[in-house]
Write a protein that binds this ligand. Structure first.
Ligand SMILES: Cc1ncc(COP(=O)(O)O)c(C=O)c1O
Length: 397
């Protein structure tokens, strides 16, 4: 049954999302079509998820084949699709072991539990402090929320687990935190802060953090949930700086739209989870892992990720022409444009002009199209954005 343009009225859904009155019925490549037949260029990819765009034949085929073969199997048994995908991720990232789950927040929950074990077991209870960063976002479950800084998300749910937030990109603040606390067990960081406003760390900052974590025996957890799987023009964003974390958390782009999350941890850290200490029913089921393998196979094709970097540069330079260099930041196909106030009116004006973009932080427009986007589509994206500007920016700059 395809959805009709008018939802069942009145809706019985929770009201936790602020939804636009648009319903997408289908997608093809970088385009979406709504229930009224209007098409849109999708430059948001369902919040940096639809890596291969919509209806990609390799992904569709992998999912269909797996659904017809074996949809689900419990983690009490060997799952070959999991083994294959885990090995592929390790080969593309760094040596270690992979644990699968279903979402980004769950990946950070697993990483958080490893930080606790690192403090309680490896350091005999002497390390318990968790550090994260202002403007960081790690998810909505209680552990991940406790390391997410935005008071709007946190405060209604207090008390949360303790976490100390440092200013992102500030070396002196890192120095002071490690000098004042010998009990830091783990540091959670995004290599680019996506939800916070596409905020980039200064050059050399991640390397410096790695050095401090190693020196003080604190785990470095790199949250690549938004930045991973080619999004920034490398398979993983931390690879731009040649920094290897102890744990990397992943989700979003890995499944290309099929829910899947994962963590990769080095051998020493992965060994902290003994049988029975962590798990989830659906984590890494055959369907999700087949989708992940289809995405990885496309990403690993020669030229795929370098094209992300190329298209990212084309997009950035067009945006710089439009807005000025000081307002545009990001890497690859994760790009933010800083406005003077809430991006909501521009997001709406873009949508009316057939372009889907999203917000980030208080004042940033976020552009994160499918990674298959081509030059002509980048140009269409920028044209539609330029056309939306007079309406979308009225009162904004
Ligand atoms: C960096 C980062 N971490 C974690 C999450 C949470 O992921 P999920 O929404 O899949 O729980 C997000 C989602 O936007 C994210 O951007």
């Amino acid at each position: 049954m395809s959805p009709s343009s008018t939802p069942a009225s009145p809706s019985v859904l929770f009201q936790n999302y602020g939804r636009a009155d648009v319903c997408f019925a289908s997608g093809n490549g970088v385009y979406l079509t709504d229930t009224n037949g209007k098409t849109y260029l999708d430059a948001f990819a369902g919040v940096a998820v639809s890596t291969l765009g919509h209806g990609h034949p390799a992904l569709v085929q992998a999912i269909s084949k797996q659904a017809a073969t074996l949809l689900h199997c419990s983690n009490y048994y060997t799952i070959l699709e999991q083994e294959q995908l885990a090995q592929t991720i390790v080969n593309a990232a760094f040596p270690g072991r992979v644990l699968f789950c279903n979402s980004g927040t769950e990946a950070n929950e697993a990483a958080y539990k490893l930080v606790r074990l690192w403090g309680n077991q490896q350091h005999k209870g002497h390390k318990s402090k968790v550090i994260a960063f202002a403007n960081g976002f790690h998810g909505r479950t209680m552990g991940a929320l406790s390391i997410t800084s935005n008071p709007k998300y946190r405060e209604p749910f207090a008390p949360l687990a303790p976490c100390e937030f440092l200013p992102y990109g500030d070396r002196a603040a890192l120095d002071a935190a490690f000098a004042q606390n010998s009990d830091i067990a783990g540091v959670f960081i995004e290599p680019i802060q996506g939800e916070g406003g596409v905020l980039m760390p200064p050059s050399g900052y991640l390397t410096y953090l790695r050095e401090l974590c190693t020196k003080h025996e604190a785990l470095l957890i790199m949250d690549e949930i938004q930045t991973g799987f080619g999004r920034t023009g490398r398979m993983f964003c931390h690879q731009h700086d040649q920094v290897i974390p102890d744990i990397m958390t992943m989700a979003k782009g890995l499944g290309g739209g099929v829910p899947i999350g994962a963590i990769l941890a080095n051998e020493q850290v992965a060994a902290l989870f003994k049988p029975g200490m962590h798990g989830t029913t659906f984590g890494g089921n055959p369907l999700a892992c087949s989708a992940g393998m289809a995405v990885m196979s496309e990403l690993l094709k020669p030229g795929f990720i370098s094209n992300v970097a190329t298209q990212g540069e084309r997009l950035m330079s067009a945006l710089i022409n439009l807005f000025g260099a000081g307002r545009v930041r990001g890497r690859g196909l994760l790009v933010g444009v800083q406005l003077d106030s809430d991006p909501g009116s521009l997001v709406t004006a873009c949508r009316e002009n057939g372009l889907i973009v999203g917000p980030a932080g208080n004042n940033t427009l976020r552009i994160a199209p499918p990674l298959i986007i081509r030059s002509a589509e980048i140009d269409t994206l920028v044209e539609r954005l330029a056309k939306a500007l007079p309406k979308g920016l009225s009162g904004n700059r």
